[in-house]
Design a protein around this ligand. Structure first.
Ligand code: ZN
Length: 296
């Protein structure tokens, strides 16, 4: 594997920060279901071994766990790991500038967390370090954050907290722009196109991937220079999409309806697919060979 770069050690601080929500339950479920289908035999076996018994071998059922626990006192420090705040109206991501929490602790953002938990998971093949981490938690956090980083507004402007403070109407319902991208677009799509059945939506997205509907699918899971994990480009894509699609025509007080929904749904479905493909690719690399983790 590529050159070993600096180890991201960012999970030591306990602090309370305001909550920002994530891809809803459905979004995380879809991303993880897509990933599971793409696991190598080694990755599939490792994931099944790490999952708690009650999961019955199904990672997707636990992919929202980091959202369920984040407001508990013990886990409040994980709040900033779900997103990245970028400078207002910049439309780009710079890890040194942007990957920190509100107290400027470095690497405490979703891109840093993906790197950190991937690094922890490499201990699976390294008996010497196996006892240092809770690899079940690392697997669940990595799987969840790989979803979050693909939600464009999880890499959004600081001033509006990634769209959380932009109040809009989704059809008749009052909500905020972040929630539209976490939940409402997916929920409306389920009702309108997928018979309110999430497995139908997942199958449709899987078919798009198999048929290569997007010309650029094969490189989705690759990292430059054979790196094991590469979360920074995903964050750059997200803020680009946030500017181009999420924030556009969604000013405070606006009503978002068919025009916005139908134009943005393909973006949401592509990001769910990319999250799944990249989670699988990352876990396949981690579990398939003893590795020194490397990143961009
Ligand atoms: Zn989250």
């Amino acid at each position: 594997m590529g050159a070993r770069l600096g180890f991201v050690c960012c999970l030591l601080f306990v602090q309370i920060l305001p909550g920002v929500f994530c891809w809803g339950k459905e979004g995380h479920y879809v991303t993880c279901k897509i990933a599971q289908k793409l696991f190598t035999e080694d990755a599939d076996a490792a994931v099944k071994k790490l999952l708690p018994g009650h999961a019955e071998g199904d990672l997707a059922g636990l992919c929202s766990w980091p959202d369920e626990i984040r407001h508990q006192y013990k886990w409040r420090w994980t709040g900033p790991l779900h997103y990245i705040d970028t400078p207002d109206f910049k439309c780009n991501y710079d890890c040194c500038r942007d990957c920190h929490d509100s107290h400027h602790h470095k690497d405490r953002c979703v891109a840093g967390a993906i790197y950190n938990y991937s690094t922890q998971l490499t201990a699976y093949n390294d008996p010497e370090h196996l006892q240092s981490y809770n690899l079940t938690e690392a697997l669940l956090f990595l799987s969840h954050f790989m979803g979050d980083i693909h939600q464009p507004l999880h890499v959004g402007f600081t001033g509006d907290e990634g769209g959380n403070t932009i109040i809009v109407r989704w059809y008749r319902r009052k909500t905020n722009l972040h929630h539209v991208w976490d939940n409402m677009i997916i929920e409306s799509a389920l009702k309108k196109f997928y018979d309110s059945d999430i497995s139908v939506m997942i199958k449709a997205i899987q078919q798009d991937i198999q048929e290569g509907k997007s010309a650029d699918i094969p490189p989705w899971g690759n990292c430059k220079s054979n790196h094991t994990v590469c979360s920074n480009p995903y964050a750059s894509e997200s803020i680009g999409l946030a500017c181009k699609y999420a924030y556009r025509n969604a000013t405070p007080g606006s009503t978002l309806g068919d025009e916005y929904f139908l134009d943005r749904l393909p973006i949401v479905e592509k990001r769910l697919a990319q999250g799944g493909v990249r989670l699988a690719a990352t876990l396949n690399r981690i579990f398939t060979s003893p590795t020194t983790i490397s990143t961009t």
